[in-house]
Design a protein around this ligand. Sequence first.
Ligand code: ATR
Length: 279
Amino acid sequence: MGKLYGLIGHPIGHSMSPVMHNGEFKELGLSHHYHAFDLSPEQLEDGVDAMKMLDIQGFNVTIPHKVAIIPLLDEVEQEAIDIGAVNTVYKRDGKYIGTNTDGSGYLLSLLTLIGEKNLSGKKILVIGAGGAARAVAVSVSQSEVASLTIANRTLEKAEELSKLCQHYSVANAITLSEAETSLGQFDIVINTTSIGMSPHLDRMPISLEHIRSGTVVSDLIYNPLETKWMKLAKSKGAVTDNGISMFVEQGALAFEKWTGVSPDRKRMRNTVLKELGGY
Ligand code: ATR
């Protein structure tokens, strides 16, 4: 019999995870089902109890429950503890275990983009210091980087995140205007903020005046598929990528945890792109 998987969040109406996972279950001949459960913060505890009662074998966790879910789980993996958030839960030996595939998913998608096995020698700039930045920075800092710099509107938050990353690499914090003037130093620039996301299509996280041609510019946004900032970076000779790659990879890693089967990333990507085209 097929098993039940799911997603909890609030709101979850626009999530592409159900179509991506159900599409892949079908393609692989698995009779499992992935269902999105809209749970408000007040419903979280009862909702998670209900999921356990239904014997759900695994689920994704999205905004606003990524931190609040932690005390409701039997165990939490070190990666999720470092990031301070859980995006994936799986069941093993009767226990519900929390992990985080956002950071490792991002890192894998970045390594695929640049065609390398690790980030050895690379100088990285992360823009933003929120939840998404935390997952990206913690994972990237563990991939032999030459340096990791975090730029944020609120400098204290960047300082806090850079201190956490100093466990793994040389890390520091700067302001957004310092990031703009020193942009030419970096090999890889990652926007983790929502600046430029629909409907505010005209906004850009930082100016690209000082960017070097050949810099890798990665924007976690995928709505629109190409932000104004990415378009500008491309016109200045940058190698660019949007947030679809991270989205697919974090989903693929969760899929593997749940089923032990490696899904077809390319096919998952096409499913998501098709879904986005229908926006
Ligand atoms: P997420 O979980 O998606 O990362 P978040 O935790 O709210 O969301 O973090 C949003 C990030 O985008 C923060 O780094 C935020 O900067 P602050 O820490 O100064 O708030 C950044 N951000 C959002 N809107 C911004 C804006 N208009 N200008 C500059 N930074 C912005």
